[in-house]
Design a protein around this ligand. Structure first.
Ligand code: G3P
Ligand code: MG
Length: 247
């Protein structure tokens, strides 16, 4: 990877074309050559790390109810693909273990977002670290969360872990605050990606990673600005633009 080139992370996998947060979406991201994948992790009733965005299964499966009130077996019985297209019927909610198994040998970067901002799943941070560690993938991973207590906890458990705070607003010198929770990067919403804050952060040692960048114009602008990373539902499109394969 050429120095200074913006990295492209597939948001919830290749979410634009495949059912989000499924092995199908992550496999597609690997196939198109994304630099990384982003995924969301929750804890099941029986303490398993499962990959899904919402606190409830309703939007992205054929089931209903809260993820944290269902066992892994119950979650696994749901169809997580048909809601998007019949082509993906039979896709299931993966575990973090299954995703790490898929990533083995690819070297692709991983952004694990801990979804503990609505429901503070007890002990999720320790489980996330143990699972990634068991697969030997800590070096390729950054852990982020909107719950900055989770970020802090991750750093207490493993002071070497790469972490990032997620936020949506324009803040004043957030790198000072980020240091206080042990984060080393800022994962920011597109609406503040062009701000003075975002432009200044790299000079303070804080790379900016922007979510979620789906419009061609934003991709081009952010590549030109030399932002560290974009997270997009359309990694194939972003790669073609970045690598000059699309005029
Ligand atoms: O981690 C970046 C992005 O995924 C945060 O928002 O709601 O898509 O998880 P969300
Ligand atoms: Mg996310």
């Amino acid at each position: 990877m050429q120095k200074g080139k913006t990295l492209i992370f597939a948001h919830r996998g290749s979410k634009g074309t495949h059912p989000e947060n499924t092995l199908e979406a992550f496999r597609e991201a690997i196939r198109v050559g994304a630099d990384g994948i982003e995924l969301d992790v929750h804890l099941s009733k029986d303490g398993e790390l499962v990959i899904i965005h919402d606190e409830k299964v309703d939007r992205t499966t054929n089931g209903s109810g809260k993820v944290g009130q269902m066992t892994l077996a119950e979650l696994k019985s749901l169809d997580a693909g048909s809601w998007l297209s019949w082509e993906f019927a039979g896709a299931t909610i993966p575990t973090l273990d299954e995703v790490l198994e898929l990533l083995k040998g690819t070297g692709i970067k991983l952004n694990v977002e801990i979804k503990s901002d609505v429901i503070p799943y007890e002990g999720i941070e320790k489980k996330v670290l143990e699972t990634i560690g068991r697969h030997g993938y800590l070096e390729n991973t950054v852990i982020s969360s909107f719950n900055h207590y989770s970020v802090k906890k991750i750093r207490e458990l493993n002071p070497n872990m790469r972490t990032a705070i997620l936020f949506m607003e324009l803040l004043y010198q957030p790198w000072n605050y980020a240091k206080s929770v042990g984060a080393s990067a800022l994962h920011v919403h597109l609406s503040v990606a062009y701000s003075e804050m975002a432009r200044e952060a790299p000079a303070h040692g804080f790379p900016i990673r922007v979510f979620t960048v789906n419009k061609e114009k934003d991709m081009r602008n952010l590549f030109r600005a030399g932002v560290d990373t974009i997270m997009t539902d359309y990694p194939e499109l972003a790669l073609a633009i970045r690598d000059g394969k699309r005029e």
